[in-house]
Every structure is written in C-alpha cells, then in structure tokens.
Design a binder for this molecule. Structure first.
Ligand code: ARG
Length: 273
C-alpha cells in the first residue's frame, strides 16, 4: 500500500516535471487510461428556473428540490459531475438552444412545439395543469376561468392551457416571469386563479394553510404531461442520460427520492408506457 503511494507520488512528480518542461502531450485530459479509479468526471452545466417548489427552489442560497436530487442520481449513474444554475425560465430556453448549457431540468413538459427546437430525454415525471383558487371560489372547472383574471407563468403549458380557454392575448390573463409571482398576484387579490402544474399548486396549498387556497382539477380540459430533461438538438448526452434515467427508475433509487419528496410511491410503469 505504502509502496504504491510512493510510486504514485513519484509518477505524479514526473508528470509535472514533464509538463513544466513543455514536452508533455495532453497530460491534462484526465479521461485517459492511467490509475483507473481516479478518472476525472466531466462537469456539465445544467440550467433551471429555481422558483418551482417542490421541483426546484432556493433555500438559503442553495437550489434544492425533487429535480435536483433526481438529476444528481442520474448524473452519477451516467458518470458526470453537474453544476446546476438558476438562470430563470426564458433564459433557460435560450441557453440550451445556443448550447451555453448542456441541458435543462426544470419540470419541463415534453411537447411537440418544443421538440422542434430541442431534444428531450425519456419521461421522468407525470404531471397535469390544475387551478389554484381561494377557498369558496366559484371556479369549479376550466370553463369557469372565462371572464376571470387568471395569473400564469409566461411560456409554460399552463399559459397555453389558459389561452385555449380564454383565447390568445386576453387581457384577463396576467403573465409573470416565474410562478411564485403568479401565486403572489392571486394571494394579493390581483387575480382570481393561477394555472400551473398540479404538484406545485398542491404543495403550495399544503404548505400555506393560513392562505386558505384550494386546488381545482379538470382532467377533461387539462392533458397529462410528462417532464423530461431538455437538450440542445442533436446532443450526444441524450442517449447516455436516457440510459441512466432508466437505471435510476429500475434500481429503486427513483422511488426512494420520490418518497422523500412526496411521501408516496411513484407509478413507474406509467412513466415507461
Ligand atoms: N411543466 C410546465 C412547462 O413545462 C411548467 C414548468 C415550469 N417550470 C419552472 N421551473 N418554472 O411548461
């Protein structure tokens, strides 16, 4: 053991010497063959909009959430280090398109529109839009949103769903840069409802009982959606991450993380359908 260490140190010193002399070729790659276990992992830049609890949000300056734990498990499986950065919702799309980021995770729904510009991983979460309203509201279905003031996060499937009901450019649809601002508009009396992903509004109601809000479901009006990792088109990472996601789903790791955040078991079969 000791001897091995000595030899390693010796080898390392020699490599530094070589590098210093300028005679070395590609001694910095790290992906190479030497020593085996200490193989350096590549760090990927992952972007998010960390204002969407419980998927991604900031807690004392740290980004946490289901998505964070999930992607850390997946990246580990795929053999990458990741650095998650909060850039906001609109910038996230720009950064991925321009390949400034390697991919995004942000409760992003896989849909045909986005597929024209981006590649998505296999699905990792099932979602649908629901309506957040004050207790006692007369909004009991999506159709009831007509004539009401509705707050949404701009550029989300929630906005799209509301447009489907109220029409495009409806002045009664208020758009916000992030979903927390949309909810604040509701709680401060500037809107009658918020439409956003079910898990987000359900968690909000649960965690803020004093605000006396409730969630309205309308499965006929709001489709089922699946979240995926969003890559630049043609990214070679997609295949590696698909494989890693499937491993995390099959190994029980996904269920463990899901349970930690939601206190119940996930329906994995539904995800893989
Ligand atoms: N799932 C919805 C969509 O993709 C909303 C996602 C919003 N995510 C966020 N981190 N703000 O449009």
């Amino acid at each position: 053991m000791k001897k091995g260490l000595f030899v390693s140190v010796l080898m390392l010193s020699f490599m530094f010497l070589l590098a210093a002399c300028g005679t070395s070729q590609e001694t910095t790659s790290g992906e190479g063959s030497e020593a085996g276990e200490t193989e350096e992992k590549k760090t990927l830049r992952v972007v998010t909009d960390a204002a969407y609890a419980p998927f991604e949000y900031q807690d004392k300056g740290e980004i946490i959430g289901f998505d964070v734990d999930f992607i850390e498990a997946v990246a580990e499986e795929a053999g990458y280090e990741i650095e998650i950065e909060h850039v906001g919702w609109d910038p996230l799309f720009v950064e991925i398109k321009d390949e400034i980021a390697d991919f995004g995770i942000s409760a992003i729904t896989i849909n045909d529109d986005r597929k024209q510009t981006y590649d998505f991983s296999v699905p990792y979460f099932l979602s649908t839009n629901k309506i957040l309203v004050p207790e006692g509201s007369d909004i009991a279905s999506a159709a009831d949103l007509e004539g009401k003031v509705v707050a949404v996060q701009a550029g989300t499937t929630g906005q799209e769903a509301v447009e489907g009901i109220m029409g495009k450019n409806n002045k009664n649809m208020k758009q916000f840069e992030n979903n927390n601002l949309a909810i604040m508009e509701l709680t401060s009396g500037g809107a009658d409802a918020v439409v956003a992903d079910n898990t987000v509004v359900e968690e909000y109601v649960k965690n803020n009982p004093d605000q006396k809000l409730t969630v309205v479901e309308d499965a006929d009006s709001f489709a089922s959606e699946y979240y995926g990792l969003m890559f630049p088109k043609g990214s070679e990472l997609k295949a590696e991450f698909d494989e890693a996601i499937n491993k995390v789903l099959d190994s029980g790791k996904y269920a463990e993380i899901y349970n930690e955040w939601f206190g119940s078991d996930p329906d994995i079969e539904n995800l893989k359908a």
